[in-house]
Design a binder for this molecule. Structure first.
Ligand SMILES: Nc1ncnc2c1ncn2[C@@H]1O[C@H](COP(=O)(O)OP(=O)(O)OP(=O)(O)O)[C@@H](O)[C@H]1O
Length: 233
């Protein structure tokens, strides 16, 4: 579904990605791991068309999308929950959810307000409340709900549980598990490696803008020194 190969990206003169390789198959949950500043968010920005790669390829559902606009990438079916949530603060929860909603890919059983409220009952209870007045955890749920309302083929979550209270974090994990059970393809960036080992099928580790390791959850578990070296846990 998503295949990234030899990806290089820079911010002006400063090169950040040197050789990123990663892939997400249909119905797979895949993680991108690595310490702070190793290039995870830059990889996501490059996939989404928010940053134009200087070399390498990004293919999504068989189409080359390196250099495509964010609108094109979104229209092809990539939904992003960006780092820092970025919901529309003055719009209500409901307005946020419908603002970018679509089912362009004609998915059966598409996401609707009702389905999002069933997944996150707190959002239903606060449907008429301005997003800016929600707690951090509720805003995160809204960011996930908003991405789902675009009915993406691939959902990318960049640090979706960062800074959340454990109970809220658990709710986000529960939601991701439910999405996985439905066959949703997901690329996850997160630091909760213990949860990720249980939840995800495969993992990639980035070190200074390069993919230095990839493998299954069992392989990751068997390589505690690897995790310590590259992820710092
Ligand atoms: N807009 C920018 N301009 C210049 N350099 C940037 C910019 N954004 C990020 N960088 C640099 O690119 C490198 C990779 O950053 P990136 O945000 O991709 O890392 P990350 O692995 O996602 O880390 P984190 O977990 O801290 O978000 C860092 O050295 C960072 O300082």
């Amino acid at each position: 579904m998503l295949s990234v190969s030899g990806l290089q990206s820079a911010y002006g003169p400063s090169q950040v990605l040197f050789d990123v390789e990663l892939g997400v198959g249909e119905g797979e949950v895949v993680t991108l791991l690595g310490r702070n500043g190793m290039g995870k968010t830059t990889t996501v920005r490059s996939i989404m068309g928010l940053l134009k790669p200087s070399a390498g390829t990004v293919r999504f559902t068989g189409r080359e999308v390196s250099g495509a606009t964010p609108e094109t990438v979104a229209r092809l079916g990539v939904g992003l929950v960006p780092e820092g949530r970025q919901t529309f603060p003055t719009l209500t929860v409901r307005e946020n959810l419908v603002a970018t909603a679509s089912n362009r890919l004609k998915r059966q059983n598409p996401w609707t307000l009702e389905r999002v409220y069933a997944l996150f009952p707190r959002l239903g209870e606060r449907a008429g409340q301005a997003a800016g007045t929600l707690s951090g955890g509720e805003q995160q749920m809204l960011a996930v709900g908003r991405a789902l309302m675009t009915n993406p083929k691939l959902l990318i979550l960049d640090e979706a549980t960062e800074g959340l209270a454990p109970v809220i974090r658990a709710e986000i994990w529960r939601c991701i598990e439910a999405l996985k059970a439905e066959g949703q393809s997901i690329l996850l960036i997160d630091k909760n490696i213990h949860v990720l080992k249980r939840l995800a099928d495969r993992h990639y580790i980035l070190e200074k803008g390069r993919t230095v390791w990839s493998g299954s959850s069992a392989e990751l578990t068997a390589n505690a020194d690897l995790v310590h070296r590259y992820v710092g846990i």
